[in-house]
Design a protein around this ligand. Structure first.
Ligand code: GLN
Length: 484
């Protein structure tokens, strides 16, 4: 049961061939067996899951309020608040923090009857591309346990890939859904900024953060997004516009649609195996009748510096709230005054990468440098956004690689933060621009999965699902399972 899609399991559930309790038990059993190796979960919620599964079975028995997600086990990235279940952001500073309230996404999944089996590992506060920057043991890639699963939502991607959940929720600030999806061979979407409520998400960069699902295919991702998206009065940055029924338009043919290939994304430095998988996918779309056009996103080279500058700045401000007086860890031994408590707590509670980014952010925001760095980066951000707008004047969707390489070895980049940042080169520009992007498995290079991304217009997730689904109807990369 563990490797089936939401769609398949849903059929089995509503025809009563299986119960949600059975399915949930099978998932928990699989977690006990395989997660000692993968280490994708920080917390497994056995009891709560079985309780929710029982309630889902009751709903199905009474045929009351049954949704496509009712009774389906899922994993949630540990930066999304779950009432009564610890939410750590994989940081020592929140190691024992138990939220008093649910995030809107948690609430919505609960209302839909989905079953939370656990909270997944991540780079601390979302800062990283490998899930190695975690206060917990690093998550391993189910395709090769000596390699990283990607990050920062590496735990969610690995859990799904190893069949330790049927879908998983991630969060993408600069690639944290797409890059681990690509490294682990699963499908995932970073929705338009503001499509999914951030209420209850522990912020990294409030103006970039987008919560999105990982699932076995584009159809399942569409199903989950339908349930978690929408306006929320608790998050004023959410769009008012109604959430389309993505699955109802997903089968529309793609013939005649225009696929843009941004030329700046195909430059030296990409692995040959990655490049050939991407080129093959482009040919596949040509066969499906799409028109292929080269487009230009001229400011792409500024994507990485703009992204990291703004990230450092916003994150240093967001993380100021963790000071030992409100949430989680508090170190007050022999403290002389409040400042001393703040300093001791933050020194003991934050990891190196988080400290590095907060210091750089405070620097970029300081009086003497604000104009030169922060303000300048905000201006270039507008140029990045315009790049996408003008590309979409002539095409429906863009296709690009996600990462220049497949999953790298554990420890390979931990000593060199710049090397690690460079691995985000193809994913970071979409977040300052706010546009949505869907990650799809598109082949293998030396036995490791390769992913591609389809980038869409603001609020046009429907087209991404349609174009992604068309590809998955004629390829089976998304059906491959890791040897684990
Ligand atoms: N790898 C990126 C970073 O380190 C992505 C983070 C994210 O999307 N949460 O900032």
């Amino acid at each position: 049961m563990n490797h089936l899609t939401i769609q398949e399991l849903r059929q089995l559930l509503i025809t009563k061939q299986i119960s949600s309790v059975e399915l949930t038990r099978a998932t928990l059993q699989r977690i006990r067996e395989a997660d000692a190796k993968v280490q994708s979960y920080v917390t497994v919620t056995d009891e709560l899951a079985l309780e929710q599964a029982k309630r889902a079975d009751e709903r199905i028995a009474k045929n009351e309020n049954v949704t496509p997600l009712t009774g389906i086990p899922f994993a949630m990235k540990d930066c999304i608040s779950t009432r009564g279940v610890r939410t750590t952001c994989s940081s020592k500073i929140l190691e024992s923090y138990i939220p008093q309230y649910d995030a809107t996404v948690t609430n919505k999944l609960n209302d839909a009857g989905a079953v939370l089996v656990g909270k997944t590992n991540m780079d601390e506060f979302g800062m990283g591309s490998s899930t190695e920057n975690s206060a917990f043991p690093a998550t391993k890639n189910p395709w090769d346990l000596t390699r990283v699963p990607g990050g920062s939502s590496g735990g969610s991607a690995a859990a799904l890939s190893a069949n330790l959940a049927t879908f998983a929720i991630g969060e993408d600030t600069g690639g944290s859904v797409r890059q681990p999806a690509s490294f682990c061979g699963v499908t995932g979407i970073k929705p338009t900024y503001g499509r999914v409520s951030r209420y209850g998400l522990i912020s990294l960069v409030s103006s970039f953060d987008s919560i999105g699902p990982f699932a076995r295919d584009a159809y399942d991702c569409a199903t989950v997004l339908e349930h978690i998206a929408g306006h929320d009065e608790k998050d004023s940055t959410t769009y008012q516009s109604p959430v389309p029924n993505y699955t109802s338009t997903i089968n529309k043919p793609v013939k005649g649609m225009k696929l843009g290939i941004p030329k700046e994304y195909f430059v030296a430095g990409m692995d040959a195996g990655v490049e050939s998988a991407i080129q093959e996918a482009i040919r596949q779309y040509e066969k499906l009748g799409m028109e292929i056009h080269e487009v230009s996103l001229p400011h792409t080279k500024y994507g990485l510096p703009v992204y990291y500058l703004l990230l450092f700045a916003e994150a240093s401000s967001n993380l100021a709230r963790f000071d030992g007086t409100r949430f989680g860890l508090s170190v007050s031994e022999n403290a002389k005054d409040a400042i001393d408590i703040y300093l001791q707590t933050r020194r003991a509670g934050f990891g190196d990468e988080v400290k590095r980014r907060m210091m750089l952010g405070a620097y970029a925001l300081s009086a003497g440098y604000y104009d030169a760095y922060y303000l300048k980066a905000q201006k270039v951000r507008t140029l990045l956004r315009r790049d996408f707008e003008s590309a979409f004047a002539s095409c429906d969707v863009l296709l690009a690689p996600i990462s220049p390489t497949t999953a790298f070895k554990i420890g390979e980049k931990t000593d060199d933060p710049l090397e690690m940042y460079l691995s985000d080169i193809y994913t970071v520009a979409t977040n300052p621009a706010g546009v949505p992007a869907l990650a799809l498995p598109c082949g293998f290079s030396k036995d490791m999965p390769v992913g591609l991304q389809l980038i869409g217009k603001h609020l046009d997730e429907a087209t991404l699902f349609q174009v992604g689904h068309a590809y998955q109807q004629v390829t089976d990369w998304h059906k491959k399972l890791p040897p684990l």
